[in-house]
Design a protein around this ligand. Structure first.
Ligand code: HIF
Length: 363
């Protein structure tokens, strides 16, 4: 998603999450296999130990309970973990995220909302439907190398602010926390209600990280957008519906190399992105770093990425851009479905999870 030649060298980062979250669950053999499949490519290195542990716990008559991988943890302690897992108050988590969105008026345009939406999408948008790897399950962006992939520049800010919430609700998985935060930000900034379900499990090691290059590169052509989103299982209409999220937030020279918001109200979710793309005159502007972007001829503070004008010039994409520019309700309806699909890609739901439709804090 970034102009690779412009990428600043990201600081290496060892997330606190690595230290904080070191357990996983073992249930029946089927659930055990499911949990393992749910993460990413290969099996963890210590799989032999895990199988032995499982057999040992099964011998204790423990199948059906939740246990630590660490064999020095007692069954009794493990049961407490199960209890705590069950007790996550997702409504409260939503409320606390909503309350922190505007806690720092000096940050960007006064809201952490957009960067939280980007975190939820980058955690999810690594999904590959063929190999069933990537996606928000596992929250692998906690680990290097994924944390330092150029496309994820700047997302440490989002991960760090959510640590405060995780510290108060340690039993929520990071994948659930990050996606819930994206939903919260969209809703609190005036977007549609996005039904959300828990069910993501934390990967424990960096070996579950996805390879670099799965997220879009804004300097490439519209076919690249198709390659990336078709790989996740989206079609053209869903891709355009998702693209409306660029009504929110801005580009940062020190993150992607691009500069500015897509329209003048970057903390308000609306169909303004589609209106801007279809109604304004976009001209090329050179950037100090040697790259270029489009800017509005009448207001060069607002921008479009090179790939977005390519999308506008693509007939199939254009008809949906025009549709959503005219019909905000239709945009909200289609965005809701597409964003829910995005954050649920590859999540090993058991099927009995409660689905939440959170109330906004000022409701
Ligand atoms: Fe973005 N996106 N995105 N994006 N994105 C940026 C910022 C945000 C692409 C590129 C960029 C989606 C798709 C694509 C958000 C949400 C979504 C930035 C700027 C770039 C370059 C990063 C920075 O400098 O801080 C490309 C090429 C995409 C494929 C078309 C999604 C649909 C629009 C999936 C999506 O939801 C949000 C929100 C931001 C703003 C982040 C901020 O910190 O303000």
């Amino acid at each position: 998603m970034v102009l690779s030649s412009l990428r600043p060298v990201a600081t290496r980062h060892l997330p606190r999450a690595m230290a904080l979250s070191t357990r996983t669950t073992v249930r029946t053999p089927a659930a055990f296999a499911q949990a393992r499949r749910g993460f990413a490519t290969e099996a963890p290195k210590k799989s032999g130990n895990n199988v032995l542990l499982f057999l040992g716990l099964a011998a204790l008559g423990g199948a059906g309970g939740y246990y630590y991988h660490n064999s020095n943890q007692s069954v009794k302690k493990a049961e407490i973990v199960q209890e705590k897992t069950k007790s996550v108050d997702y409504n409260q988590v939503y409320k606390e995220i909503a309350e922190l969105l505007e806690e720092n008026p000096d940050y960007d345009d006064g809201s952490y909302g957009p960067v939280l939406v980007r975190l939820a999408w980058h955690a999810s948008g690594t999904y590959d439907k063929d190999t069933k790897t990537g996606g928000s399950n596992g929250a692998t962006m906690r680990f290097d190398p994924e944390a330092t992939h150029g496309a994820n520049n700047g997302l440490k800010i989002a991960r760090d602010i959510l640590e405060k919430i995780h510290a108060k609700h340690p039993d929520i998985s990071y994948g659930d926390l990050w996606t819930l935060a994206g939903v919260c930000a969209i809703q609190e900034l005036g977007g549609p209600k996005i039904p959300w379900r828990p069910g993501r499990q934390d990967a424990m090691t960096a070996e579950h990280c996805t390879p670099d290059g799965r997220l879009p590169d804004a300097t490439k052509k519209e076919d690249h957008v198709r390659d990336v989103f078709y790989r996740m299982g989206f079609d053209d209409q869903e891709i355009v519906a998702l693209a409306g999220a660029h009504a929110l937030g801005r580009c940062h020279p020190d993150r992607s190399g691009f500069d500015g918001p897509w329209q003048e109200a970057p903390t308000m979710f609306s169909n303004e992105y589609f209106k801007a793309l279809s109604e304004r005159t976009w001209i090329k502007k050179k950037l100090p770093n040697g790259g270029w972007q489009y800017v509005d001829k009448n207001n060069d503070m607002v921008m479009m990425l090179p790939i977005e004008l390519d999308m506008w010039n693509d007939k199939s994409f254009r008809k949906y851009i025009q549709l959503y520019a005219k019909d905000q309700d239709k945009f909200y309806e289609d965005f809701t479905k597409a964003f829910k699909k995005l954050i649920e890609l590859g999540v090993p739901f058991k099927g009995d999870e409660k689905e939440y439709v959170f109330e906004t804090i000022n409701q």
